[in-house]
Structure formats: C-alpha cells, structure tokens
Design a binder for this molecule. Structure first.
Ligand code: PEP
Length: 262
C-alpha cells in the first residue's frame, strides 16, 4: 500500500503571530507561485505546527496553498478548569487539522505519560483531528538495549482502545530523544530498524493488515537538508517530524524536495 509522505514542522515555542505568518510566506516563496507541495499524486503532504497564539495567523497565511496546520498539544476535556491547556474544539475553531501528541519534550518537562497521551489522542480523534503521536527512547534506554521495549510500551499505551478505523487519522513519529535538537541523527539503518519494528508491532495489535500497511511512521530527530534523502529512502520511513530545520525555509524546502523524490 502506498503511503503518502508527510513532512511536518514542529516550531516548538518559536515564532509569534507576525513572525509565523512571515515564515509561511518565506516557505511559500521557496516554491514560486504554485503551492508549496501538492495534495495529489506522489507529492508529500506538508504540515506546520506553530505555537497556540500563532495558529490563526498561520492558518490565514496558509489558505489557498496546500500547507496543513497543526497544534502541538490538545487536552482531553472539552472545556473546564485546566489552566494552560487547550481543547479540541478550540483548535478546530482556529482552523487546524492536525495535532502533535506526546512529544518527548512534553513527556520530559511536563509530566506527559502514556496514559495522558492516550487520553489526548482520543480527544483529537473525537474532534476530527489527525494526530501525530510521538514515541522514542532516551540515550540511556538505547544503551541499555531497551529501545524496542520502550517504544512498544509507548505505542501500546498511546493506542489503547483505538480502533483500526481510528488509525486512519493517526500518524506515529519515531523520535529518539537523544537525536532531538542535538544534531545527532539516527543512522538510516537505526531509524529503519525501529520503524520496521513499529510496523511489525501494529501488525500484531490490529487484525486488519490495513493498519500496519497504511499507518505513516515519521522519523524525527535532527533531520535536516543534508540527511533527509537517506532517511526518507528507507522503506518504512514515511516522512519526517522536523524541529530546527523547519524554521529555515530553504532547508525545509530541501527536505520537502527530498521527500518528493523518495
Ligand atoms: C522535534 O522537535 O520533534 C525535532 C525532531 O526537533 P529537531 O529536528 O530540532 O531535532
């Protein structure tokens, strides 16, 4: 089954509304008058995920192009006393279609657990959003030889009670924690091995082979203009979740072009 490549930019806590709108203009400028990617055929989907206060400006600037816009988090409740959080309905109202869930920075600094990732995923699906669910091991876990066990626990935890039908709106991002923002990228083989493991795991978790065959698994962790082509050429790597390089229009465009050839 052909899986459409997804190139997703995680802007993290960078770019206010004015700078974010400018970044979208700059990304579009890399592609001339046509839209930045395209929604058909073999071309990759392109997603940007700004911070909450930048979402509306970026949605407005992306209109008329093929750029998709997502948020970086979602709460499981529809509304209520959850200071600092945001609901699915609020995100929909901003015009976003996607949301990142369970990024390692959320797990590391904000107490995100497999159980809360699962709750947030259910809220995303209930609100008709496509979720990019992040998993990945720390350096200590890799060195202890527990990468697959950690990733399995995270995938099973995130996807508890999620149906095969729901999986049409779930993307998994394998992001080794030791590679995020460090400049230390996983080798093509290291990344492919874990992606193949995750696909095999999906095969055992869902009786319909459509889930393992159809679910996109992105790689994230210091993907850049120089290493993207090798990673994206791997059979089980269906795109990238990109932090630092997604803030540099020329580099982001080079990654999208590499994805177009993959
Ligand atoms: C990320 O934030 O998901 C990420 C992969 O960051 P970077 O590309 O900067 O390593």
């Amino acid at each position: 089954m052909a899986r459409q490549i997804l190139i997703a930019g995680n802007w993290k806590m960078n770019k206010g509304a004015a700078d974010g709108a400018q970044l979208i203009k700059d990304i579009k400028a890399q592609f001339g008058a046509s839209c930045s990617c395209c929604c058909s055929g073999k071309k990759p989907e392109v997603l940007v995920c700004p911070t909450f206060t930048t979402l509306s400006a970026v949605v407005a600037e992306a209109q008329g192009s093929c750029l998709l816009v997502g948020a970086q988090n979602i709460h499981w409740a529809d509304q209520g006393a959850f200071t600092g959080e945001i609901s699915g309905a609020m995100l929909k109202e901003c015009g976003v279609t996607h949301v990142i869930i369970g990024h390692s920075e959320r797990r590391q600094y904000f107490g995100e657990t497999d159980a809360t990732v699962n709750q947030r995923l259910k809220a995303a699906l209930k609100n008709g959003l496509t979720a990019v669910v992040c998993v990945g091991e720390t350096l200590a876990e890799r060195e202890a030889g527990t990468t697959n066990a950690v990733v399995e626990r995270q995938v099973r935890g995130a996807l508890a009670d999620i149906s095969a039908d729901d999986m049409k709106n779930v993307v998994i991002a394998y992001e080794p924690v030791w590679a995020i923002g460090t400049g230390k990228v996983a080798s093509d083989e290291q990344a492919q091995d874990v992606h193949a493991f995750i696909r095999g795991l999906l095969k055992t978790m869902f009786s319909c082979p459509c889930v393992a065959d159809g679910t996109r698994i992105l790689y994230g962790g210091s993907m850049n203009a120089a290493n993207a082509a090798g990673l994206l050429a791997q059979p089980d790597i269906d795109g990238g979740l990109i932090g630092g390089a997604s803030l540099k229009p020329a580099d982001f465009a080079t990654i999208i072009k590499a994805a177009t050839k993959a």
